[in-house]
Design a protein around this ligand. Structure first.
Ligand SMILES: CC(C)(COP(=O)(O)OP(=O)(O)OC[C@H]1O[C@@H](n2cnc3c(N)ncnc32)[C@H](O)[C@@H]1OP(=O)(O)O)[C@@H](O)C(=O)NCCC(=O)NCCS
Length: 163
């Protein structure tokens, strides 16, 4: 089911990991297959440990396919009450139209109802646009984890309280 959001798009829960990964690759997360595989993501989605949402064009055709996906987000549910943003990407041609904000808002609504208390995300310091985005949608700085990524660069951690 697609929930209507803003102008020209809706948000739907998605269970096809391969489609989400393929869409994310085309949306700027070119290195996604370095840190995960469709099989791994599918296992997490099937077990409801992860929630995937996609933004799709309004009035999509029945056979909705990857080219219709305008943005996607994956939230990883952790037993301590955290939800970690595993992935977030919006198609370059559709940025600054509120799609990223709508994906976060929709995920927030779902996990708040489930009792989760906060969203967390890690960013590398070469992504100031994403940092500005997360600040704009209510995240605050939560610290730095040294040598977090493959190339031993630091991660900036941000969080947003939900309860
Ligand atoms: C970060 C990203 C998801 C934002 O998606 P988006 O749909 O363009 O964001 P929105 O339109 O909902 O923006 C909401 C607000 O965030 C802020 N914002 C978004 N992009 C911004 C940018 N490039 N520079 C500064 N502020 C920005 C603005 O305040 C914006 O509100 P405004 O447009 O009314 O000024 C998108 O740029 C993207 O896919 N980037 C590449 C992948 C990535 O870096 N993902 C995050 C790592 S987890």
């Amino acid at each position: 089911m697609v929930a209507s959001y803003g102008e020209g798009f809706g948000i739907a829960r998605w269970h096809d990991a391969a489609a989400v990964i393929e869409a994310a690759r085309h949306m700027g997360l070119a290195d996604i297959t370095r840190w995960t595989t469709p099989e791994t993501v599918q296992q997490f989605l099937d077990s409801d440990q992860w929630i995937a949402l996609v933004a799709v064009e309004s009035d999509p055709p029945e056979d909705l396919r990857t080219p219709h996906i305008l943005g996607c987000i994956i939230g990883g549910l952790e037993e301590e009450g955290r939800v970690w943003i595993e992935l977030l990407a919006v198609s370059p041609s559709h940025r600054r139209r509120g799609i990223g904000r709508a994906l976060i808002t929709h995920l927030e609504g779902l996990v708040r109802e489930m009792g989760y208390r906060a969203l967390f995300v890690d960013l590398d310091d070469t992504n100031p646009d994403a940092y500005e985005f997360y600040r704009a949608v209510g995240f605050e700085d939560a610290g730095v984890i040294r040598e977090y990524y493959y190339d031993a660069t630091d991660a900036i951690v941000m969080s947003k309280r939900l309860l």
